[in-house]
Design a protein around this ligand. Structure first.
Ligand code: ASP
Length: 462
């Protein structure tokens, strides 16, 4: 078959490529009214529009160049790229721990198929070994693709399936589990698994990547190596998120599943423990170095407790000035049973909401207050507003993160609707979702790559 030099291009964009004699996979310089772009011309998926030419520019980013802005194009070189990850047999090494990688999707599990434009999973042990051969020095790996979704499509149904899977793997003797997951809702899944999988004998490490493995600045390989190290060799047997620590690639942080948040839409060092310190650092030289003195240690028994419940009639209401009560009424009238309020300051909403809040409580809706400030506690005794809200049934949720509170309330309502029982479950921490105090300087420190953090980590590592 003749080679297709214009894969996926059609209509006007094909005309432009032909006019300037530039082929897919060529190195090109594209002069536009917005500046000069240098890079590789990538194929397009056939279903995409005919108004753009896609280039991988030299920084590694893929950009779509609007053809109406192109004033000239020159092909400077041509080299067909090979994006196939070589499949190599993952070697078995006596004495290394057995780790299971459960794939759910997201950037970490994917590479772009430039022919179809689809993001396809790269998750067989052979492919992973081909891409990151260092993994074979860390563990004996088995992989299983449980889902192949971007993490915005994860939901309670998937949390339950994952929790059951974790239970089975532990009973079968696995020594650590890594879960590959999209970063957007990684923290929600980590919270769900913390509540659903208790009394863990081995580490459960969720890992993602902010940049896909076809980009030079990808964090996928390092995050995977750190996660496998933590799962196979670490002593912390909790549900954790493992991602870049500082902006450099010096070490990763292990964050507790209930206290972690994605804090930047594109930085690799996006995950931060909120209201506490991370549990540990991890790097390939020192392995897992605990920061917290108290944590759940690895054990040999298999006595894990799986509680796979969830009532999805729960919502988060992020308060904004001018919010009207019909927003809450609509949820109540649609049968919602739990509301997590994300209030201002110490946990407030406006007076206009009061009647609707009372009505929700009278209808048996469970309402908890978290704070939009992210750091700090809902303290509802300080101002009249807080007291008025508590009198109408809202319960302060301490320093629980709103996303964690949402997951916990759904999980609790999956077990009981008894008001006191639910309250007891909500306010009794399972793993630090409410802490007695926050580190006094934690708000400033632990943001990665700044002198305070470097100094702090040096102390931990010595
Ligand atoms: N939207 C993607 C996801 O969360 C981003 C990522 O994988 O990091 O699945």
């Amino acid at each position: 078959m003749a080679e297709d030099f214009f894969q996926g291009y059609w209509g006007a964009s094909l005309e432009v490529l032909k006019k300037y004699n530039c082929r897919v996979w060529s190195q090109a310089e594209c002069q536009t009214t917005g500046g000069l772009f240098k890079g590789t011309i990538l194929p397009r998926a056939a279903f995409q529009d005919d108004q753009h030419i896609v280039m991988k520019v030299n920084t590694g980013y893929n950009i779509g160049v609007d053809i109406s802005t192109i004033t000239s194009m020159v092909e400077t070189d041509y080299k067909k790229a090979n994006y196939h990850i070589p499949e190599k047999e993952f070697p078995y090494t006596e004495g290394l721990p057995h780790v299971k990688l459960l794939g759910t999707g997201g950037t970490i599990a994917s590479r772009l198929d430039y022919r179809t434009g689809a993001v396809i999973p790269a998750f067989s042990p052979g492919e992973l070994y081909g891409a990151v051969p260092e993994l074979a020095d860390i563990c004996n790996l088995e992989t299983e693709k449980v889902f192949a979704v971007f993490s915005e499509n994860m939901s309670p149904k998937e949390y339950i399936a994952l929790a059951k899977k974790i239970g089975e793997e532990i009973q079968n003797g696995i020594e650590g589990i890594v879960i590959g997951h999209g970063t957007d809702t990684l923290a929600h899944t980590a919270a769900a698994l913390t509540f659903m999988c208790q009394n863990l004998p081995v580490p459960i490490v969720l890992v993602g990547s902010q940049r896909s493995s076809d980009r030079p600045s990808s964090d996928a390989a390092l995050n995977l190596m750190h996660a496998m190290t933590a799962a196979g060799h670490g002593d912390v047997a909790e549900v954790m998120v493992c991602m870049f620590g500082p902006t450099s690639d010096e070490y990763g942080f292990l964050h507790r599943g209930t206290r972690v948040r994605k804090m930047h839409s594109s930085y690799r060092s996006t995950f931060r423990t909120i209201g506490d310190t991370p549990v540990a650092t991890v790097d390939r030289k020192r392995g897992v170095v605990p920061i917290k003195e108290e944590y759940n240690h690895r054990r040999h028994d298999r006595d894990v407790k799986i509680i796979p419940t969830f009532d999805d009639r729960v919502a988060i209401l992020y308060y904004y000035p001018g919010m009207k009560p019909d927003v809450l009424d609509a949820l109540v009238d649609n049968g919602y049973k739990g509301i997590i309020w994300d209030g201002t300051g110490l946990g407030h909403v406006n007076k206009g909401m009061f009647d609707a809040i009372q009505r929700a409580t009278d209808k048996g809706v469970h309402q908890y207050m978290c704070v939009q400030t992210i750091w700090g506690y809902a303290h509802m005794f300080v101002y009249d507003t807080g007291r008025d809200l508590m009198n109408r049934g809202i319960i302060p949720a301490g320093n629980m993160l709103a996303e964690t509170a949402y997951i916990k309330l759904g999980w609790a309502l999956g077990q009981t609707h008894d008001r006191e029982e639910v309250k007891k479950i909500m306010l009794t921490p399972i793993n630090s979702e409410i802490t007695p105090r926050e580190p006094y300087n934690g708000y400033l420190v632990y943001q990665g790559g700044v002198p305070e953090v470097d100094e702090f980590v040096r102390k931990v590592h010595k």
